[in-house]
Design a protein around this ligand. Sequence first.
Ligand SMILES: O=P(O)(O)OC[C@H]1O[C@](O)(COP(=O)(O)O)[C@@H](O)[C@@H]1O
Ligand SMILES: [Mg+2]
Ligand SMILES: [Mg+2]
Length: 319
Amino acid sequence: MQSLSQFLASDASSASLQEVLLVTTQTCIDISSALKKGSLAGILGMAGNENVQGEEQKKLDVISNNMLKSALLASPAVRAIASEEEDDIVPANTDGEYLIAFDPLDGSSNIDINSMVGTIFSIYHQVGSEPATEADFLQPGKNQVAAGYVLYGPSTMLVFTTGNGVNMFTLDVEQGEFILTRENVKVDNETQEFAINMSNQRFWSEAMQNYVNDLVAGKDGPRAKNFNMRWVAAMVGDVHRILCRGGIFIYPWDKKDPNKPGKLRLMYEANPMGMLLEQAGGKAFTHTDRILDIQPEGIHQRVAVVLGAANEVDKCLSY
Ligand SMILES: O=P(O)(O)OC[C@H]1O[C@](O)(COP(=O)(O)O)[C@@H](O)[C@@H]1O
Ligand SMILES: [Mg+2]
Ligand SMILES: [Mg+2]
């Protein structure tokens, strides 16, 4: 039974990257404990604010953001952070080597129904020698040195990569540490399961409507096989299912709100999940581009996402 710190020591990560990963994941253990208390701690419900993207913040969005922020800013290895719940980047230590972007609580609409949520993180090298600016964060996802998530489900799981494959850890609640429980996860090239929010169907491109119609047509349609559908409403839960048993996840471009051509955030959601999927042998694209190749224009940028089983992603894009 290998603990996270033992694993990291053998994973060829630098001491400072190990430090950043340990601080991040230890804070997620604290977030997990807070989530377990739920209503008893008076932490459910709305915070009464909006984030920079005009989304209403839940109390737990703010609590988990503040927990990660204060832990990471105190770590000497951290140069700056960027968060879905912060308007701007927050500089940390001038000698820090790493930039951390995170979605402190993904799927926060699930909190009030006691369903799956998670924390997603993405780590880059600081490039310049000056105090960090937003421009330092605007690196394509292929520059990530590590990426992962912590899923707060029936058990709390850590899934991450440092570019040497994807490994899964389960929180041992008694010991308060993550234990390696699944090594070198791979996603099958083929699948019969898709995830998309069907209620947006009328807003999608014609090509996306045709693709999903053909999935739903099952054995009687051009794909000649039946597909199952799942939607957790937390990307972290949908991606975890794909890493565990395969599938394709799509949050496509839609015309519902012209200011939001994609819903998911490039830096906090698409890039870290894209790196995980590629490391597991899958693919991650927008409608046209490999997600990890996108040159970000802003830290809160949104993109369309098609990720999962390699052959199914190719099939989707071929429409
Ligand atoms: O409301 P919808 O359309 O089901 O969208 C769900 C998607 O939105 C997100 O919840 C956005 O994440 P946040 O909770 O961090 O804003 C994704 O995790 C998820 O895939
Ligand atoms: Mg999210
Ligand atoms: Mg969030």
